[in-house]
Write a protein that binds this ligand. Structure first.
Ligand SMILES: [Zn+2]
Length: 343
């Protein structure tokens, strides 16, 4: 008798562990928001000015979409895109955006688990002083957490707070304080921002991560994304996952045994490496994955900033299959890892 062929689950189920709130809102949704809210009296004058400025700059949907999705020369240039969106992501706007993020994750991505990361400080009122902004961060995470509850779509949205390489020490320390105080809302922390600034401030970031580790708060960090000089093995003892890390297997394969032993899961976002000019094609990513497999280091695929990359989670997996980064067995393993290593 012929055995029944193995098959994938009839209802596919995915998790995305690396997505920034700033890069999560599809350009179509963002454009709709700008139009719906031009005359919203509930918004602050700064928000209305920002909306007006964006609509002047991008009078059509095509112009906004085209600007977002064009490839950048460097990672630093790519990260500037967040600055267009962050001023709009105020506590009052969270319900609008999170509803649509959850809907898209369910309808188009078959995702039941989504980790969203963001910097609360960058969503506070920029006209307030530092002290007031730090105080206001808690209201920001409460608003995001409240808006993230969208039971009709059955997507478990978990929140990670980002420390940022361009923010002062006091802000990052306050972000850790907040994450530790609001364990009911925060699942973990991340280190984000331009990589050269992370490298220059390593003692600060190690101290932040140490505090998280001592309190058993999970941590990931953007490491070794755009250049091998940003491989920081001193962070490994404090991390459960690594954001990108794609330069590690390519340039420091000697570190992989340690990462395998620690079961640190890599969050790989192939589209980002093309959009940021890190690689001109996916061949280095294929080689990086081959080395991760050889060393038995776990990894999964993630979207990072799907609104900027023009690809959501399914498209990211399709891309990985199309360019032989993985085969279908690898796909199933990545799917499993994304749930197993979630915070
Ligand atoms: Zn990222």
């Amino acid at each position: 008798m012929k055995p029944t062929p193995a098959r994938f689950a009839a209802t596919p189920d995915y998790a995305d562990l690396h997505r920034h709130l700033g890069g999560a809102v599809h350009p179509k949704i963002l454009y709709g928001y700008l139009h719906d809210h031009t005359a919203d009296v509930g918004l602050t004058p700064q928000e209305r000015d920002w909306i007006h400025g964006l609509l002047t700059r991008f009078p059509t949907y095509e112009s906004l979409r085209g600007y977002f999705s064009s490839r950048r020369a460097t990672l630093a240039e790519y990260l500037e895109l967040h600055k267009l969106v962050e001023p709009l992501q105020t506590p009052g706007a969270m319900a609008y955006f999170l509803y649509r993020i959850a809907r898209g994750a369910r309808v188009f991505e078959h995702a039941s688990l989504l980790e969203l990361r963001f910097c609360p400080y960058l969503r506070t009122d920029p006209s307030a002083d530092d002290k007031a902004r730090i105080t206001h961060m808690e209201a920001v995470i409460e608003a995001v957490a409240q808006a993230a509850r969208q039971p009709e779509f059955a997507v478990d949205i978990r929140l990670l707070l980002c420390l940022h390489s361009l923010l002062p020490d006091a802000v990052n320390q306050a972000t850790i304080d907040l994450a530790l105080r609001r364990r009911d809302l925060v699942r973990g922390i991340d280190i984000a921002g331009p990589e050269e600034r992370v490298a220059e401030r390593m003692p600060h970031f190690v101290a932040c991560l140490r505090r998280a580790t001592e309190a058993h708060l999970s941590a990931t960090a953007h490491v070794a994304e755009s250049h091998p000089r940003y491989i920081h093995s001193e962070l490994f003892p404090y991390l459960q996952r690594i954001g990108h890390g794609v330069q590690i297997p390519l340039h420091r394969p000697d570190l992989l045994a340690n990462l395998s032993r620690r079961r640190i899961c890599f969050e790989l976002c192939p589209s980002t490496y093309l959009q940021t000019g890190t690689f001109t094609d996916l061949r280095p990513v294929r080689e990086a994955i081959r080395r991760l497999d050889d060393a038995d280091v776990p990894y999964c695929f993630a979207t990072d900033n799907p609104a900027f990359n023009g690809r959501y989670l399914q498209a990211e997996y399709e891309l990985a299959l199309e360019y032989d980064l993985i085969n279908f067995q690898g796909l199933a393993r990545c799917q499993w890892n994304a749930f197993a290593y979630a915070f």
